[in-house]
Design a protein around this ligand. Structure first.
Ligand SMILES: C[S@@+](CC[C@H](N)C(=O)[O-])C[C@H]1O[C@@H](n2cnc3c(N)ncnc32)[C@H](O)[C@@H]1O
Length: 349
């Protein structure tokens, strides 16, 4: 689930030609995020996000959570997920559809010590524990961690930043990030941190949305392009970060991963949604980047976007539901060098 990606170039990459895996569960993904400042193309000057239409600091669970200083995108994402956490599970049932392939790719089995980075409400941790693994979830949003603790009171979930993981070196046999990499301001720093906490030959697996084959993405993007006023926001990574094989190989190698063990698979699924309005409501009520754009729209444009999206979703009617095809890249690799070398390399730079 995700934010709106506006006017992203849809460039097929080599891995798109690979035979897709198919989950046996229905799924759909959400919309996308911008590779550049928010903006859509329906004309007019961009609307700047400000305290009237987007909170940066806010009261969360009885205390004021301060954004990380100096990283506008990280601040924006953290605040957005604090806001979205309450309704995340209600709407974003799509990410769950990739959990089992993700755990398989990470080699998670009974006894594995797993770190579930950007854990959200704890879907990955929950499934890992069902395999007999020992999961620890970490998420930057306090409200997400509280949701995870409520859902899975027997597991450990901590508030922490993927860019500064609060764990010692070589603590985990496996690390997963299910649709987390696209939400961190410095994806390669997150990969380096993952490498640091993995044991040698420990396995990382993560997912990121594909540009092609995502009805959810296409529907939202088309509606925004047609009707949304441009909205400025902090610049973040592409919604499809690391979906390109060469880019992914370079980034992982630079962080100490063994690219000989690199796998990039395409996983597709169907996301079954109960109403034609569901995708719009999900974006508005439980998204971050797209939600920011929607909330900045005047009522007439918001209604036009809603109507276009609902009409497009109707094209995927399947009985009383709607089945949206979605697709993700599933990437996995082993940590090759002894953990610590990567840290030393970074300190030398
Ligand atoms: C799309 S949700 C994915 C949640 C979950 N992994 C799932 O499978 O549904 C993205 C998550 O990334 C978290 N996040 C964003 N930036 C983060 C960061 N810098 N460090 C840790 N978590 C972060 C958000 O709080 C949110 O819970």
């Amino acid at each position: 689930m995700g934010p709106a990606r506006f006017a992203l170039t849809r460039t097929p990459c080599a891995a798109d030609a690979e035979a897709p895996q198919r989950t046996d569960r229905t799924k759909v993904s959400a919309v996308n995020a911008a590779a550049r400042p928010f903006g859509s193309t329906a004309g007019g000057p961009p609307t700047a996000l400000n305290d009237d239409n987007w909170d940066i600091s806010e009261r969360v669970c009885g205390r004021t959570v301060r954004p990380m200083s100096g990283d506008a995108f990280a601040e924006f994402e953290r605040a957005g997920w604090e806001r979205a956490a309450a309704r995340y599970e209600e709407y974003w049932t799509d990410t769950v559809l990739f959990v089992e392939p993700l755990l398989d790719a990470a080699g998670v089995r009974a006894g594995s010590r797993l770190l579930d980075v950007a854990c959200g409400p704890g879907f990955v941790s929950e499934a890992a524990a069902a395999r007999g693994a020992h999961p620890v979830g970490v998420d930057v949003a306090t409200a997400m961690v509280e949701r995870a603790r409520m859902r899975c009171p027997d597991f450990t979930f901590v508030v922490g930043d993927a860019l500064r993981l609060p764990f010692p070196d070589t603590s985990f046999d496996a690390v997963t990030m299910n649709f987390g990499i696209l939400h961190v301001s410095q994806p390669e720093l997150a990969l380096a941190e993952v490498h640091r906490v993995l044991v040698q030959s420990g396995r990382l697996a993560f997912t990121t949305w594909l540009a092609q084959g995502n009805a959810e993405d296409e529907i939202t993007e088309a509606a925004l392009a047609a009707h949304a006023l441009a909205v400025e926001g902090p610049e973040g990574p592409s919604y499809h970060v690391f979906s390109d094989r060469d880019e992914c190989r370079r980034a992982l190698a630079g962080c100490g991963f063994d690219t000989g063990s690199l796998r990039m698979d395409t996983v597709t699924a169907l996301w079954r949604v109960p109403s034609a309005d569901f995708l719009f409501q999900a974006q508005l009520n439980a998204g971050v980047r797209t939600a920011a754009v929607l909330r900045a729209q005047p009522p007439d444009r918001l209604e036009a976007i809603r109507a276009v999206m609902a009409n497009a979703v109707r094209g995927y009617a399947d009985g009383e539901e709607f089945a949206l095809p979605i697709a993700a890249r599933l990437i996995s690799s082993r940590a090759s060098r002894p953990a610590g070398d990567g840290q030393a390399d970074r300190e030398r730079q």
